[in-house]
Write a protein that binds this ligand. Structure first.
Ligand code: ZN
Length: 352
């Protein structure tokens, strides 16, 4: 099969398009033909490297994957399986399935938890082998490209809003970097939960798209003063602060996200695209009764619910561009230079 691999960290030049032996499914595993794969910042971290974090290289990137079941490895008699040929979306989180954390629905806390494209080969390839527990039937009204625009960002946004921040109707949420894969999901989910959404974006064009998704207020972080604009918006809302802030930008925005919160507010963080070192005034945390909530990924159960909500048109995938899988370096550049609103999805023409 053809596959993109990262054998050492660096710029676009470290991405190599190589021939690899077709993977063979082991016990309780399935071989899936990749039809589409969505990119995340995780793919950039894998390529660029993260100080203090060791990736197992070489690795095939790509965690948001749609495809078709080709065949299964050995499974015990009587195991219920989707038919070969069924179109699927892959749950990106891989866990043991038997420990206390997995059985309590917290599979992302499993000691063996990993992510496709980070801890085992991802979907930037013609074929992928995954545990059968990771197969989710793709409803007919979700295209392969749409199915590849959901997994990591949607389950992460759901975890931040519902599991960690426990968003309530009538609350106001600040969502930083409104055009990111996580934020386009979070804007929709927060609106669906009955919240008012304020989001920051880099251009008027992105602001329009964010409002079309449901954002009530937008702040242009490049040209407007964030604090002044937020103050004006909160005045309109008759509030002193936001109840919830979602921040995955990190060092560039964290201090302002924290300051934006009302007393008792909750800040959820799932990443740090601008850097992860921040200075923190603990007085703000304890005097204002602020909670800072860390999140990585989410549960398979939540992802199944998300796929159902997408099939019911209650949430929608947001795809900025679809490119052929052969153009992975260009797709990564689009993501790295923040030129996209929502997802860049690569389609595998070899699967047609
Ligand atoms: Zn487990």
């Amino acid at each position: 099969m053809k596959a993109w691999t990262v054998a050492k960290h660096g710029g676009p030049e470290v991405l190599t398009h190589v021939d690899l032996p077709d993977p063979v499914p082991g016990p309780m595993e399935a071989l899936v033909q990749v039809e589409a794969v969505g990119l995340n910042h995780l793919d950039l971290w894998l390529r660029n490297g993260v100080p203090g974090h060791r990736f197992h290289l070489p690795m095939v990137p790509g965690g948001d994957i749609s495809g078709k079941i080709l065949k299964y490895g050995p499974v015990p008699d009587g195991t219920e399986l989707l038919k070969e040929g069924t179109q699927v979306i892959l749950n990106p989180g891989v866990s043991c399935g038997t420990c206390e954390k997995c059985l309590s629905g917290n599979d992302f806390l499993c000691p063996k938890f990993g992510i496709l494209g980070e801890t085992q080969h991802g979907g930037c390839a013609d074929l992928i082998v995954v545990p059968i527990a990771n197969l989710i039937r793709r409803p007919e009204n979700i295209s392969a490209a749409e199915g590849a625009a959901l997994s990591i960002p949607f389950v992460t946004a759901w975890s931040m809003l519902h599991r960690k921040a426990r968003i309530q109707p009538g609350e106001t949420v600040l969502i930083q970097a409104g055009g990111s894969g996580v934020s386009v999901a979070a804007i929709q989910m927060a609106k669906q939960a009955g919240a008012t959404v304020i989001t920051t974006v880099g251009s008027e064009e992105k602001a329009k798209k964010a409002r079309a998704l449901g954002a009530d207020f937008t702040i242009l972080y490049k040209t407007q003063n964030f604090r002044d604009e937020l103050k004006k918006i909160l005045k309109v809302l008759g509030k002193k602060g936001c109840e919830v802030a979602l921040d995955h930008v990190g060092s560039d925005t964290f201090a302002e996200s924290l300051k934006s919160l009302a007393w008792g507010g909750r800040l959820a963080t799932c990443g740090a695209t601008s850097g992860s070192n921040v200075t923190l005034d603990l007085k703000v945390i304890f005097f204002k009764n602020i909670s800072v909530l860390g999140t990585t990924m989410g549960s398979k159960a939540d992802f199944i619910r998300i796929v159902q909500l997408v099939a019911e048109k209650k949430l929608k995938p947001v795809i900025d561009q679809t490119l052929p899988l052969s153009q992975l370096p260009k797709a990564m550049e689009l993501l790295e230079t923040r030129k996209v609103f929502g997802k860049v999805v690569l389609t595998n023409t070899a699967s047609n």
